[in-house]
Write a protein that binds this ligand. Structure first.
Ligand code: HEM
Length: 219
């Protein structure tokens, strides 16, 4: 769980850095994003990383499910008095629920963009002799109310999913270090601070992309 989780954290950083290019306006921004998307889908090393990401998502999900079932079986009878709040956070007690929300998000998200990029009908154009797919237009129109009548709903869904991601990361990041035995009284505070920062900054920046595209339409 810990290794696949930390690998997925690295994926999130890479994915976020690429997606931040969506904030660059004008044709230059669109060209940069489309060239980047072409590189990400054709470069052989990135392709291997992509397969590793799909594998990690599936492994993390199946392992999480097995662990949840084992935990339930280990204590089939409920405690008479349960005071979870006393020594654990809400996120740590609801990792399976948060993970399920994220699974629904990832499945929907892959259909929204990944499927369209790889198998959908998407317009092409030339940049400096390179034929690129206009994925920038797909993302922009997906979150723009005049192009997609469900844009407001999708923006809400993306933002709420990022809230689930924040809580999932808040517990998961620190917990991964503990599972790997990499926690130490000397470094625990640093791991906690980095984990807290990561779990706020990454989901916030992700959520700001659909919000920005949606609000930009009204400015
Ligand atoms: C909210 C802002 C986000 C935007 C605008 C966005 C955009 C995109 C786009 C355009 C693609 C297709 C690119 C391609 O096929 O190479 C993609 C793929 C993907 N996204 Fe996102 N994404 C966002 C957030 C996330 C989050 C938070 C996760 C995970 C929790 C995620 C997981 C993935 C995965 C696993 C893929 C497939 C990557 C691959 O094929 O290597 N995305 N995303």
């Amino acid at each position: 769980m810990a290794l696949s989780g930390l690998f997925l954290c690295l994926f999130l950083v890479g994915h976020l850095l690429g997606n931040l290019q969506l904030f660059v306006s004008g044709q230059q921004g669109a060209d940069n994003f489309n060239l980047y998307a072409k590189f990400m889908t054709t470069n052989p090393i990135v392709k291997v990383l992509s397969y590793l990401t799909y594998f990690s998502i599936i492994f993390h999900m199946v392992d999480g499910l097995i662990l949840t079932i084992q935990n339930r079986r280990a204590r089939p009878k409920k405690y008479v008095i349960e005071k979870g709040k006393a020594n654990s956070s809400w996120a740590s007690r609801n990792m399976a629920l948060l993970g399920t929300i994220l699974l629904v998000f990832i499945a929907t998200h892959m259909q929204n963009f990944w499927y369209v990029m790889h198998f959908g009908e998407i317009s092409h154009y030339e940049i400096k002799g390179q034929n690129v797919k206009d994925l920038h237009h797909v993302v922009m129109s997906f979150f723009t109310p005049t192009s997609n009548s469900y844009a407001a709903f999708m923006v809400g869904f993306y933002v709420l999913s990022m809230l689930a991601l924040a809580y999932h990361l808040h517990h998961g990041f620190v917990s991964a270090f503990q599972s790997l035995g990499l926690n130490h009284i000397k470094y625990n505070k640093i791991i906690e601070i980095v984990g807290a920062g990561f779990s706020v900054v990454v989901p916030l920046l992700f959520a700001s992309i659909p919000l920005y595209v949606f609000i930009k339409h009204y400015l």
